[in-house]
Design a protein around this ligand. Structure first.
Ligand code: P70
Length: 462
């Protein structure tokens, strides 16, 4: 008898020690809940959500090692020992000598934008991120997208869709002058492109180019271990390097970085601003006292900083990243079996449904992704997030709606939280909505806040 090839699966490198019950709701209850939430999944109460794939931000399960650290919180107003533990690990894992804690990522974005940007400046970046761009704009800059064109094409399978287009970047430097560009804002992986990484080669090239013109390079390292994992998998020469070594090499090209610790570090709250630039550090250390708290706690409790310090040690463990991205990929492969239109390649933190192809009968003005996210919730209580025209917002100069090429729903996976059975239930629900997609008629916006409208906007069914 011929021998069968036996598939060898991976599984999570941890087991479950504590459980949190979640609520199962009826269709009637969900209809009421989503109507009251103005068809915006951000406005749902968590008690009405079954499987929460809104975000991987602050929703991760901490390890017993992190929880043990929480008991060692040194809540001194000044000089907490947890701050020094965290600083040691920031140096160790990001290789940056200077560090200021903040309460979350956008607080670090706020500080760095205020420190570096003058009104009239330009900030090139590899696609916008909502909070990052807003802080840059509020500081007086114009954001310019210099990501490669492939990133805007949902189906394009380029392995490094987070790459910066060097020609676009150099053309901008030549057009506005290096003096008007305080820094290039580079994220990896790129959230809005579908969790797509940049390559080390591209980073090195961007570094040489910016160096040539005397422009600084800053890094949104919020999910940097996922970028490092993709480099290990996809880039020649990195196959046998550790995640920690790749991360350290990535960081070595940057003048500084900011992190929303609520992702990679697997904590519920926290942010990092770290740099090798002493002058920037001194300003940040001074400014953090105005907006966040003393520079040895930056809006955090001592226990939070200890959980972050320990999260830094866990985030670089290969099996952790592999299981995390493996779960995302499992979801993608299962959805493919039902021909659900997706963004390719699958990203690090989420599967992105391509709402333009999912609901081709809806114009972008009818908010296809917003409609799709609310229909999935209605079907099963699974909560995803709109990442399309609502998120993109209005042009700050003209006030007109921006029409992004990507109109997506993000199903985001908190780290170490959901099981494979939860993923199966999610897939079945999306498949059901896909089968019934012709019934979806779109939405009308009836309330629109000024900033980051996707968080609080309200809609009515057409
Ligand atoms: C998400 C969260 C936060 C984030 C990020 C990157 C690459 C900075 C931040 C800000 C939360 C979120 C934020 C805005 C809109 C929707 C959701 N991303 N850079 O779910 O960090 O949230 O700690 O202030 O992804 O993607 P923070």
């Amino acid at each position: 008898m011929a021998k069968k090839i036996i598939k060898r699966s991976w599984a999570e490198p941890f087991k479950i020690k504590m459980v949190e019950p979640i609520s199962m709701t009826s269709r009637e209850e969900r209809e009421k809940a989503i109507r009251e939430a103005g068809y915006n999944t951000f406005l749902l109460k968590s008690k009405d959500v079954y499987i929460d794939l809104l975000t991987d931000s602050g929703t991760n399960a901490m390890s017993d090692y992190q929880w043990a650290g929480m008991m060692l919180g040194d809540e001194a107003y000044a000089g907490s020992r947890n701050f020094y533990n965290l600083w040691d690990n920031v140096k160790k894992f990001y290789g940056m000598p200077y560090f200021v804690p903040t309460h979350q990522g956008r607080a670090a974005e706020h500080l760095i934008s205020k420190i570096m940007i003058k009104p009239g400046d330009y900030i090139p970046g590899n696609m916008y991120f909502t909070t990052t761009r807003l802080h840059q704009e509020l500081a007086g800059a114009t954001f310019i997208d210099v990501i490669i064109n492939e990133a805007h094409e949902a189906q394009n399978t380029h392995p490094f869709k987070g790459n910066i287009d060097l020609n676009k970047l150099e053309a901008l430097i030549k057009k506005v002058g290096a003096k008007k560009i305080p820094y290039v804002s580079m994220a990896g992986p790129v959230n809005m492109a579908g969790g797509q990484p940049f390559s080390m080669k591209n980073l090195k090239d961007v570094y040489s180019l910016t160096n040539k013109y005397g422009v600084k390079l800053w890094f949104d390292a919020t999910r940097a271990t996922e970028n490092a994992y993709f480099i290990k998998l996809r880039e020649k020469g990195y196959e046998s390097k550790t995640i920690a070594a790749i991360l350290k090499e990535m960081c070595s090209y940057y003048d500084g970085l900011w992190v929303s610790a609520k992702k990679d570090l697997m904590v519920n709250i926290g942010g990092i601003l770290a740099t090798r630039n002493k002058k920037v550090y001194e300003e940040a250390r001074n400014m953090v006292v105005v907006y966040e708290g003393l520079h040895t706690y930056g809006g955090l409790a001592g226990r939070d900083m200890e959980a972050m310090a320990r999260g830094l040690e866990e985030m670089v463990l290969f099996d952790n990243v592999k299981a995390r991205i493996g779960q995302v990929e499992y979801c993608g492969r299962e959805l493919e079996k039902y021909n659900v239109p997706l963004v390719y390649p699958f990203g690090g933190h989420a599967i992105f449904l391509d709402a333009k192809r999912f609901l081709p009968h809806l114009k972008q003005d009818l908010f296809p992704a917003q409609s799709l996210a609310s229909e999935i919730y209605l079907d099963s209580g699974v909560r995803g997030m709109e990442r399309g025209i609502v998120s993109s917002g209005r042009d700050p100069q003209t006030g007109k709606n921006q029409y992004p090429k990507l109109e997506l729903v993000r199903l985001t996976f908190p780290r170490r939280v959901y099981t494979q059975a939860h993923i199966d239930v999610t897939v079945e629900s999306v498949a059901q909505v896909f089968q019934d997609r012709k019934k979806i008629k779109g939405l009308k916006m009836v309330y629109e806040p000024k900033y980051l409208r996707f968080f609080q906007a309200k809609f009515k069914k057409i």
